[in-house]
Design a protein around this ligand. Structure first.
Ligand SMILES: O=P(O)(O)O[C@H]1O[C@H](CO)[C@@H](O)[C@H]1O
Ligand SMILES: O=c1cc[nH]c(=O)[nH]1
Length: 247
């Protein structure tokens, strides 16, 4: 049952996993918001935990940086551990004038310069879209918590340090709400294997203005986003009636 990348036992993961890129952000979420926490993955230090949030069993695990990395973890969680819902809880860069550092954005879709979805979709363009109900749950949870969000198109970049001088301006003109490195791949994996996926990100940089948060802030300070994602799980359960409630 263990995979080359995850050494958890069968049943160690809940049916829903919150996934930050940073495994230390996963540890922060588990330690801050979950009770009865058990660490369920240690391979490559890609920490994974399962615990309880308001009576609901939830897992949280890092997925690393970039589409190849998230694709491995998401695929194995779905096909080997029975995970049916994945919510990426990430950081992203802003390009729009009306999106600032620490704003929260939700990825309805994800454009990309990666070729992975063409590889899996017979060379055609796959519209990488989030699960609608999970996305609505994120937006509704944010409204209830008073957290302002922008829901729109992310750009999942292969290169964090993009040498092309005009990319950010192009993305700005097309209304991209955040630049990150995984959502398009995550949505492709979810489509391929029949799972539901969504993405919420906190803006850590403004690419055109040069604003930037430090690594500690990216690890431990995105609490608005974390609370929204956790409450969205409960809202999504209410809509789909499939919650895993601890006895
Ligand atoms: O903070 P995370 O969730 O890792 O997300 C963003 O941060 C990393 C780059 O610094 C990439 O993984 C990007 O998608
Ligand atoms: O991929 C990312 C993540 C955070 N900030 C960026 O500029 N890009």
């Amino acid at each position: 049952m263990a995979t080359p990348h995850i050494d958890a036992a069968p049943g160690d993961f809940a049916d829903i996993v919150l996934m930050p890129g940073d495994p230390l952000r996963a540890q922060y979420i588990a330690e801050t918001y979950l009770t009865d926490v058990k660490q369920v993955n240690r391979v490559r230090n890609m920490a994974g935990y399962t615990g309880t949030y308001r009576g609901r069993r939830i897992s949280v695990m890092g997925h690393g940086m970039g589409i190849p990395s998230v694709s491995i973890y998401a695929k194995e969680l779905i096909t080997e551990y029975g995970v049916t819902r994945l919510i990426r809880v990430g950081s992203c860069g802003a390009v729009r004038d009306d999106v600032a550092v620490r704003d929260v954005v939700i990825g309805l879709g994800a454009s990309t310069d990666s070729g992975v979805n063409r590889a899996r979709f017979a060379g055609m363009d796959f519209a990488a879209t989030a699960d609608f109900a999970l996305t609505r749950a994120l937006a509704d949870a944010a409204d209830k918590l008073g957290v302002t969000t922008r829901v729109g198109n992310l750009f999942s970049a292969d290169l964090f340090y993009d040498p092309r001088p005009d990319t950010a301006e192009l993305l700005r003109r097309y209304g991209i709400v955040g630049v990150e490195m995984e959502a398009a791949g995550l949505y492709g994996v979810a489509a391929e294997f029949g799972a539901r996926a969504a993405t919420i990100c906190t803006v850590s940089d403004h690419i055109l203005k040069g604003d930037s948060l430090d690594s500690s802030a990216r690890e431990r300070s995105f609490d608005d986003m974390m609370r929204v994602a956790l409450d969205a799980v409960l809202l999504d359960d209410q809509c789909s009636n499939i919650g895993e409630v601890d006895a």
